[in-house]
Ligand binder design. Structure first.
Ligand code: SF4
Ligand code: SF4
Length: 200
């Protein structure tokens, strides 16, 4: 016999500052006008893998169910294809809201320990900042060491073969002037245009 489980949500469990924080982000103000039509979920190519549809995430965000949203895999599976944003009849920037939720989760460390997606993003960022270029084998090695060292053993043979065939280089590559890359990254991180990038 199938058993139906109902989860009751209580208003006291909501975080009233959560919707306000998301709606204060440019482009996310229109969230309250969501009519729950489900178009975003219907066009989302990743929704079949998500534990919560984008429509549901939008609704939980506007009512302050932060814990549920942060625990969902939806924000991490969003591939930023913008289909939902293009199709939304209320012009809600669903993709930007997904980005905002990801940034919030990273800032508050609300993701599983050794979560590969976040570790990968951090290591990628550090590598680009240091050298202006990414070396795939160094990136994959660091990712596996920090998340699942046993994975290294499984991938060792493939890695050696790729190096042997010249598909992976062990030599770290760098742009001529990594400092310029750092300046661009700081410019982006400091509020889009509030800081001048020194020009040569
Ligand atoms: S498509 Fe827009 S209006 Fe419809 S459920 Fe998604 S966010 Fe809400
Ligand atoms: S941007 Fe994200 S949520 Fe929107 S349709 Fe694409 S994958 Fe789905």
């Amino acid at each position: 016999m199938d058993v139906t489980t109902r989860h009751i949500k209580y208003q006291a469990d909501c975080d009233p500052s959560f919707p306000a924080a998301i709606k204060s982000i440019p482009g996310c103000e229109k969230l309250d006008s969501c009519i729950q039509c489900g178009t975003c979920s219907g066009v989302c190519p990743m929704s079949i893998y998500m534990d919560m549809t984008p429509r549901r995430v939008m609704n939980l965000v506007r009512y302050g169910f932060k814990k549920e949203v942060m625990a969902s895999n939806t924000i991490w599976l969003c591939s930023s294809c913008y289909a939902c944003t293009v199709e939304c009849p209320r012009e809600i920037k669903v993709t930007d809201i997904m980005y905002a939720l990801k940034q919030m989760a990273i800032r508050e460390k609300a993701y599983p320990r050794r979560f590969r997606m976040v570790v990968l993003a951090n290591e990628f960022y550090k590598m680009v900042r240091a050298r202006g270029r990414v070396n795939e084998i160094h990136l994959v090695t660091r990712l596996n060491l920090l998340t699942n060292p046993l994975e290294m053993l499984k991938m060792a043979r493939l890695g050696i073969e790729l190096i042997r065939r010249g598909r992976f280089s062990l030599r770290p590559d760098a742009v001529k002037d990594p400092q310029r890359i750092r300046e661009i990254m700081e410019y982006q991180g400091n509020g889009n245009g509030r800081k001048e990038v020194a020009t040569k």
